[in-house]
Write a protein that binds this ligand. Structure first.
Ligand code: FES
Length: 92
């Protein structure tokens, strides 16, 4: 199973492909803001992909509309395909 590491939090685990990074963060006890509940609308669930960008599903229209660019993704829209290392993005 793919391994997900939240490098700033020192938390990691193995999860089935297809899970969203937001749901994985919740399972690991990593706090990621998610005002819209994972609908791709609010943009508050941003994460920074440190390693493994190709190991996530392609950005969704909700992300391209918000002009998110690498290394940032919406964790509620990013589904696991392989190993990744991420950080919770600071929203300014
Ligand atoms: S939780 Fe709102 S965009 Fe991801």
């Amino acid at each position: 199973m793919p391994r997900v590491s939240f490098v700033d939090e020192g938390k990691s685990g193995e999860f089935p492909a297809g899970r969203t990074l937001l749901s994985i963060a919740t399972d690991l006890g990593v706090r990621v803001s998610h005002v819209c509940g994972g609908d791709g609308a609010c943009g508050t669930c941003r994460i920074e992909v440190v390693e493994g960008w190709p190991n996530l599903t392609a950005p969704t229209p909700d992300e391209t509309y918000k002009e998110l660019e690498p290394p940032y993704r919406l964790s509620c829209q990013s589904k696991l395909l392989g190993d990744v290392a991420v950080k919770v993005a600071k929203i300014e």
